[in-house]
Design a protein around this ligand. Structure first.
Ligand code: NAD
Ligand code: LMR
Length: 334
């Protein structure tokens, strides 16, 4: 019995994500919350012949508390998306930080033991915001909080399969993407791809591939031309990550995925990874082994090429700033 809840369920990501969660046979309850339209979305999804019982709530009459009651997994895609010219870590933060803080407060009181999957941007800052809110309420368990970076992984698989000339490989191509979720903080470890890149790939082609994975979001924002950012691919990615987590908390062994986590979730405090990074970061995205309690083990980066080492190094300053921005928003609000 797994109850999944989507906060921001009527939005561009929220609706297709809710559809994909409704299609997951392991989910038996699906709660939808948004400031608009959830009764309609819930009624629509409730006609689909899969096990999940669907309920939809709006803010009045304690809707957030009601939707979160007995939640096992809470996915948060609430917040504003980018338009051309809008910066994730600054412009979006200004609006989304408060939205995520308020939703996290609801979770801290109504579902303190839920696994929380944060999609709202900027992920590098919104995950620390959720953690700080949970800490304030004395209910923070780092093993249960995840920043969803799966879209970067999905893009890496697709773009590598394209370069290999066979899109049918994209489901099986696995590339660890580490760091964070925005621009240069996104670091694809292409040397560790399950399917090696062509031996004749030039340095220019390699660099273009890295850039495309790092700035894949821009490609969609530009193509949508003012109508928002990635929604359908994000819904797919979010549902994939949620499905993995649900399988792991249900007892399946050997489930792992890159995700942005607080390094204290690791049994050894992430010390080996911090040593590898040469930096005492509190959060980082890397391959995480998942288990019944959420994070079971946070993997180190493994062996990197010189180019990848340089990418990791370049990611760290921006990542550290983004994390601090999120922490300060709660710990020392202006
Ligand atoms: P959208 O505007 O289409 O949908 C957002 C939804 O959130 C809307 O339905 C809105 O009503 C709702 N909402 C706003 N305030 C709320 C509140 N206080 N409580 C509940 N719901 C609230 O936007 P979208 O395209 O779905 O994107 C949502 C977020 O996801 C953005 O911040 C975007 O940048 C981010 N995103 C993240 C990734 C990722 O890889 N992590 C990928 C794509 C988009
Ligand atoms: C993405 O990677 O597509 C999202 O983070 C949305 C964005 O604004 O880039």
């Amino acid at each position: 019995m797994v109850k999944a809840v989507v906060l921001g369920a009527a939005g561009g990501i929220g609706q297709p994500l809710s559809l994909l969660l409704k299609a997951n046979p392991l989910i038996t309850g699906l709660g939808l919350f948004d400031i608009v339209n959830t009764p309609g979305v819930a009624a629509d999804l409730s006609h689909i012949s899969t096990p999940a019982k669907v309920v939809g709530y709006l803010p009045p009459d304690d809707g957030l508390k009601k939707v979160l009651t007995n939640a096992d997994v809470v996915v948060i895609p609430a917040g504003v998306p980018r338009k051309p010219g809008v910066r994730i870590s600054y412009d979006l933060f200004k609006i989304n930080a408060g939205i995520v803080r308020d939703l996290a407060t609801g979770i801290a009181t109504a579902a303190p033991k839920a696994f929380i999957l944060v999609i709202s941007n900027p992920v590098n800052s919104t995950v620390p915001i959720v953690a700080e809110v949970l800490k304030k309420h004395g209910v923070f368990d780092p093993k249960r909080l995840f920043g969803v970076t799966t879209l970067d992984v999905v893009r890496a698989s697709t773009f590598v399969a394209e370069i290999l000339g066979d899109l049918s490989l994209s489901k099986s191509v696995a590339v660890p993407v580490v760091g964070g979720h925005s621009g240069v903080t996104i670091v694809p470890l292409l040397s560790q791809s399950s399917h090696p890149l062509p031996a004749n790939l030039t340095t220019d082609q390699y660099e273009a591939l890295v850039k495309r994975i790092q700035f894949g979001g821009d490609e969609v924002v530009k193509a949508k031309d003012g109508a928002g950012s990635a929604t359908l691919s994000m819904a797919y990615a979010g549902a994939e990550f949620a499905a993995k987590l649900i399988r792991a908390i249900g007892g399946e062994k050997g489930v792992s995925a890159p995700t942005f986590v607080n390094l204290s979730a690791d049994p050894s405090g992430g010390e080996a990874l911090k040593k590898e990074l040469g930096q005492d970061l509190d959060y980082f995205s890397t391959v995480v082994e998942l288990g019944p309690e959420g994070v079971a083990k946070i993997n180190t980066l493994g062996s990197l090429t010189d180019a990848e080492t340089a990418l990791v190094k370049a990611a760290i300053p921006e990542l550290a700033t983004n994390i601090q921005t999120g922490v300060s928003f709660i710990a020392s609000p202006k």
